[in-house]
Design a protein around this ligand. Structure first.
Ligand code: SAH
Length: 260
């Protein structure tokens, strides 16, 4: 559509990562853009308190999704961003963690590119980095892991479609996003593809927040332990011998009994 002299200049869409939960982990750039935006389109897993940085008159649109229960279909969401920008608004598309790590940032940008909408991407602290730091589990360590892999543990039709032989490797740390529902399957596959049942593994729920819970075990016992502890989403699964360091390196103590 060619702009006419009466249409406003097209607004920019900023795809912004809000970090893993602790508001202090927001980047300065994210905070500044959120404070300036005309419209904020946000998800379920954004840092608590982040919307309070927005202008009082900014339009705040929730498009969150919980697991596979998508509130707004992706295509509709992509079109919403295009519509807001064409109306001349400065749009912040706010996402949990980093927009380019299991954040569908790429999909949303494709529509913007095709529609000729200017955009920028603002990185955020991804859940793996946040949970590693706040649980005391370094993702790499000279004695333990020379590489780290981020994988999606999303369970579909009872299976997880991953390259298990590539993930079940010594000296590798694997971080599974969206994996609590498929935890038993993840642990089973990692053992079936060569890791010992005693290989260390951890779950970090609500990492970096007051609700953070960390549970360390091994591949054989983790699913049972997590179930007994009632740990659910959002949580990350970290598999690797780096998990052994947690006992020594844990420093973050969320206030006990806060439960909120
Ligand atoms: N783009 C996000 C990830 C979105 S996928 C990022 O870069 O972090 C959503 C998954 O991220 C959740 O299912 C969970 O596995 C993980 N996650 C997000 N926030 C988390 C948190 N505070 N603690 C633990 N896991 C978290």
């Amino acid at each position: 559509m060619m702009p006419t002299h009466s249409s406003p200049p097209v607004g920019t869409v900023y795809i912004v990562g809000s970090g893993p939960g602790d508001l202090d982990l927001l980047t300065l750039r994210a905070a500044r853009l959120i404070g300036e935006a005309d419209a904020i389109v946000y998800d379920h897993l954004i840092a608590d308190g982040v919307l309070e940085l927005a202008r009082a008159d900014a339009e705040k649109i929730y498009v969150g999704k919980k697991s596979s229960n998508h509130t707004v279909p992706q295509e509709q969401l992509n079109q919403l961003l295009v519509r807001l920008a064409r109306a001349g608004r400065m749009v912040v598309r706010l996402k949990g963690g980093d927009p380019f790590v299991f954040g569908r940032g790429g999909e949303e940008i494709e529509t913007l590119v095709e529609s000729g909408i200017p955009f920028e991407v603002v990185p955020g602290v991804t859940a793996a980095a946040g949970c590693a730091a706040y649980s005391g589990i370094p993702l790499t360590h000279r004695d333990h892991a020379q590489a780290v892999a981020f994988a999606t543990g999303h369970l579909k039709d009872g299976t997880i479609n991953l390259d298990w032989p590539a993930l079940a490797r010594p000296k590798l740390t694997v971080v599974f996003y969206m994996g609590v529902g498929g935890l038993a399957e993840i642990c089973r596959q990692m053992i079936a593809h060569g890791l010992p049942a005693s290989h260390p593994a951890a779950v970090v729920q609500h990492g970096t927040t007051r609700r953070q819970r960390v549970l360390t075990a091994d591949l054989a016992s983790l699913p049972e332990r997590v179930e007994a502890a009632g740990i659910g989403s959002p949580a990350l699964i970290i598999v690797g011998t780096v998990v052994r360091l947690q006992e020594k390196l844990a420093w973050f103590q969320p206030p006990s009994g806060s439960g909120t």
